[in-house]
Design a protein around this ligand. Structure first.
Ligand code: GDP
Length: 295
């Protein structure tokens, strides 16, 4: 399985070393383990295949066969490449606006409202900001209520217009309200559907155009595997978003979505959600994720 891939690779090479020459075939066989692990983690087949092909080329180019500890070198190569595949460095968040406008997009249930609260709490407590949360879901009164519960729990004001059925107007009015009342970050939580539909995409596209956010963040449930990639693709085509938020990483997921999404839409993963509580938010570190994947 996935957890001890490092150990496995190490052992595989160790055994081989004791019994003579390590060959190119041995390297290929070992990298097959890596590929299997990536597939287990729900990484798209082509991405997993391309990845191992690349590592193999690098390994052979670096004379992994003749080094004293080829297993360790291969593990390092795999880890470095995985880190690179997930963006390499930490991607920051652009807070340059006055106020900074952040638009949250994603399917219903992906964790948008929860993450909006977590981000507000993070900016309030860690970045010394004064955030305003905006409820732009005009279809589900319960969603507005949920944002109020979230806002109350972290001491952040929530802006809503329950009678208004125009999310563009609500978002614009919220920004005016923020300017007039000294809020320097506006986090707009939008409506989501259970599946991508044209009406929803048109609506969020209109909101996006009207408020010109500094950050458009696509929220996706890490547990949804391959589906996450397709949803990310659709949202990116319409919104050209700035970053990805991977939620529910505390669940039983290997995190393969992180690799697939980054490979397919080429946008950085900025934060991860690791629980239902307001402090269950982490900046996304590609190297940590690579280590988690390798065990
Ligand atoms: P929305 O419809 O996109 O706004 O999604 P919600 O924020 O309402 O989240 C849907 C469900 O997922 C709720 O029950 C949340 O408590 C839960 N949830 C959100 N983020 C996380 C997370 O990082 N980990 C876990 N375990 N649950 C989460």
């Amino acid at each position: 399985m996935f957890d001890n891939l490092s150990d496995k690779l190490d052992k595989a090479f160790h055994i081989l070393k004791g019994h003579g020459k390590i060959t190119e075939i041995n390297v290929a066989e070992t990298l097959k383990e890596v590929r299997r692990a990536l597939l287990d983690a729900d990484v798209n087949f082509k991405i997993a295949k391309d990845f191992t092909t690349k590592v193999k080329e690098k390994a052979l180019g670096q004379d992994v066969l003749t080094t004293l500890q080829p297993g360790q070198l291969l593990v390092k190569l795999v880890k470095d490449e995985l880190t690179e595949l997930m963006g390499g460095d930490v991607a920051g968040i652009n807070l340059s606006g006055n106020p900074t406008v952040i638009l949250m997009a994603g399917l219903q249930g992906s964790g948008k409202t929860t993450f909006s609260g977590k981000l507000a709490n993070y900016l309030l407590t860690k970045k010394n900001k004064k955030p305003l949360l905006v409820a732009c879901d005009i279809y589900r009164p319960a969603a507005i209520q949920q944002l109020y519960v979230v806002g109350d729990s972290i001491g952040v004001e929530v802006y809503s217009e329950p009678e208004n059925k125009n999310p563009v107007e609500i978002a614009q009015n919220a920004i005016k309200h923020a300017k007039a009342n000294g809020f320097n970050v506006v986090i707009v939580d939008t409506a989501g559907r259970l599946a991508v539909d044209e009406e929803m995409m048109n609506e969020i596209e209109r909101v996006h155009k009207a408020i010109e956010p500094q950050e458009t963040l696509f929220v996706v449930d890490a547990m949804t595997g391959q589906d996450a990639v397709n949803t990310a693709k659709t949202f990116n085509e319409r919104l050209n978003f700035d970053g990805v938020i991977l939620t529910k990483l505390d669940g039983d997921t290997r995190g393969g979505a992180a690799i697939s999404i980054k490979s397919v839409v080429n946008k950085p993963i900025k934060f991860v959600g690791t629980g239902e509580k307001m402090d269950a938010i982490d900046v996304f570190y590609p190297i940590r994720m690579a280590e988690r994947i390798l065990g």
